[in-house]
Design a protein around this ligand. Structure first.
Ligand code: M6R
Length: 611
């Protein structure tokens, strides 16, 4: 993870770098640092443990000023969050770097460098890079050549920004595995882990490709590809600066993003629904021809996106009859599978930069085992969208809170659309396509109705303040909804939570049930409601307290040991989307009552760009 930002300009850059860091904090926030080249050609560095605000405060007392600089916000991989491990790292006061990624062979490089007399001041993998660069400069190489030579020795992933007191007019950027974007201004150039970091200063961007190496000066920019050949990369204009990423009247981004879901869903549907069919909204060559011959689907994702994939597998198999497997990317990427024909490989990701998901995509591209690759993603121009044959975008707008909310529900919307598009492409079941379209049109209103339960759920959450554990139950496509509820609760309130298919309780987890254990169940009136009710009775008879989200037709009776929040009546197909809302709100209010850092929960980052 980690966020990096850099700038070379004709004006002081420290404020630009700090604003960039604030916008990248979703990538990591356990320490931050900045280094600039001063007019006296010295590198001036400042670092602080904690969020960017701590660094900003430190800089108020001892400012660093210069027209070229780099900065970093860290998510610790090697070495605890501490000032000595914070980036930028330096070598002999001569070179400074910021790094996002992991250097796998750092231990051996560290020993070699120590033997050559380099003293290490951090526990990071990154520090080897800066000493390698300095060593090559000592042997007489220029800054660009020294960086090139150093990265030849690295195994792993990196996005780098490098400055040197020996070459005060140059900023070096390089990318392998971890994302890096250039921002182009007038007589000034910026680098950042994503465009958000640079939106206050430019709207023109170059998305670097793996292996790209850039030598950036105030008046020139040279990009070289992996083979060392100079290349021209396309400049993209972005209007993302027009989208606001502020909290407005809300106390947290997460709360705002939960409430944005009706609008996010509406934007995702906009222009894509016909009267009784779907518009061809998959981007990429021959998309509908490819969908027409799909015989199997493999969905790959992590975390919340994985849960969206699980729900979709119920829909896909029931409505299209196409077999569908779902697996977390970190497992899939290291597993051998027997070859199968005409498999559509689908990645799901909010950020489009998740390292494991990207690696899984890379793997199937290399072995050529898939019919085509399709990504469902919230970020245009992300690595996943650029590397996949086809893409189907969620249009949720920027999601800032680490806990994914609107990205999840819009993924589900797009996955339902994919079901319809597959049927259309194959010329099958127009009545199912029509039903999908009609139901999707109702969804924004139903989400509004679910959000009206906000106050009631806030009240319910008071019961969870003192809890240490919670069980979430669901059946059928509500089981992944329960999994998502458990992930949300543990992620932001730090309460240990697990989800089970309700029928599985008696095979072990029932032993955990006593009057200290809250049991949360999602209980829309679907074909499985009677089965679920029997499972809930098993819990009640063992003293467990129930917290149920159910519609009127499910006929759940509230009493002292059974708290029921009545949900709107929803078509069965939409129930997983609508029933996600109360679980998001329950986690949110529990976390607020517990006083945790809702938008930036401990140990986590929004975009997981390391393995
Ligand atoms: O950007 P992605 O959707 O690929 O991210 C995957 C997970 O890291 C992410 O969904 C994570 O589980 C969320 N923070 C959970 O709220």
């Amino acid at each position: 993870m980690c966020g990096i930002v850099g700038a070379i300009a004709q004006r002081p850059v420290t404020e630009i770098l700090l604003e960039g860091l604030r916008r990248l904090e979703y990538r990591g926030y356990d320490s931050a640092g900045v280094a600039v080249l001063t007019g006296q050609q010295e590198i001036n560095r400042s670092r602080a443990v904690g969020k960017v605000a701590a660094l900003t405060e430190k800089l108020q007392d001892s400012p660093v000023v210069g027209n070229i600089g780099i900065a970093h916000t860290r998510w610790a991989t090697h070495g605890i969050p501490a000032e000595h491990n914070a980036h930028p790292h330096m070598s002999n006061g001569r070179v400074a770097i910021v790094h996002n990624g992991i250097i796998e062979n750092y231990a051996e490089l560290r020993e070699e460098l120590k033997a050559k007399g380099y003293q290490f001041t951090s526990d990071t993998d990154t520090e080897v890079i800066v000493h390698l660069i300095e060593m090559h400069m000592t042997f007489g190489l220029s800054l660009p050549d020294a960086v090139r030579k150093a990265i030849e020795n690295l195994r792993g992933a990196y996005a780098l920004g490098v400055i040197s007191a020996d070459d005060p007019d140059t900023l070096i950027a390089a990318r392998q595995g971890s994302p890096l974007v250039l921002g182009l201004g007038l007589g000034e150039t910026f680098i950042g882990s994503d465009i958000q970091a640079m939106l206050p200063v430019t709207s023109r961007f170059i998305y670097l490709e793996n292996g790209d190496f850039c030598v950036i000066k105030r008046d020139s920019l040279h990009i070289f590809d992996l083979s060392g050949k100079e290349v021209t990369r396309e400049i993209k204009e972005s209007n993302a600066g027009m989208c606001t990423a502020d909290m407005g009247e809300y106390r947290h981004f997460m709360h705002k993003e939960i409430f944005e879901q009706p609008v996010a869903v509406q934007s995702t549907l906009e222009g894509r629904l016909g009267v009784d069919n779907l518009k061809h909204c998959v981007t990429g060559d021959n998309a509908m021809d490819i969908l027409a011959v799909v015989e199997e689907i493999q969905i790959i994702a992590c975390g919340t996106s994985y849960h969206a994939g699980l729900i979709a597998s119920y829909w896909l198999e029931e409505m299209t009859n196409i077999p569908c497997s779902v697996e977390v990317a970190s497992e899939f990427r290291y597993r051998r599978r027997p070859p199968r024909d005409n498999v559509l490989f689908v990645t799901l990701s909010q950020s489009g930069e998740t390292a494991d998901t990207l690696a899984a995509l890379e793997k199937v591209k290399q072995d050529g085992s898939m019919l085509a690759t399709l990504t469902i993603c919230n970020v245009a121009e992300s690595s996943l969208t650029r590397e996949s044959d086809l893409s189907l975008m969620t249009l949720a707008g920027p999601e800032i809170g680490v806990a994914s909310t609107k990205a999840f529900t819009t993924q589900l919307v797009v996955l339902l659309m994919l079901v319809g598009l597959l049927l259309q492409a194959k010329g099958e079941s127009p009545e199912t396509v029509k039903a999908i379209v009609e139901n999707l049109k109702k969804l924004p209103i139903l989400l509004e109705q679910a959000l009206e339960k906000d106050k009631a759920i806030e009240h319910m959450a008071e019961d969870f303040i003192e809890k240490h554990n919670a069980l979430f139950l669901g059946r059928g496509d509500q089981y992944p909804v329960a999994m998502e509820g458990a992930l949300k609760l543990k992620e932001i309130s730090y309460i240990h939570a697990e989800a089970y298919p309700a029928g599985e309780l008696k095979h072990g987890p029932l032993a955990l049930v006593d009057n200290e254990m809250p049991i949360i169940a999602v209980a829309p009136n679907t074909g499985l409601i009677e089965k679920l009710k029997s499972n809930l009775e098993e819990v009640r008879s063992r003293g467990g307290k129930l917290y149920l989200f159910a519609d009127k037709a499910a006929a759940m009776q509230a009493d002292d040991d059974c708290y029921v929040i009545e949900m709107p009546e929803v078509p069965e197909i939409l129930a997983p989307i609508v029933y996600t809302i109360p679980l998001q709100l329950l986690s949110y209010y529990t976390a607020v009552f517990k006083g945790t850092d809702v938008d930036k929960p401990r140990n986590l980052a929004k975009s997981v760009t390391v393995e």
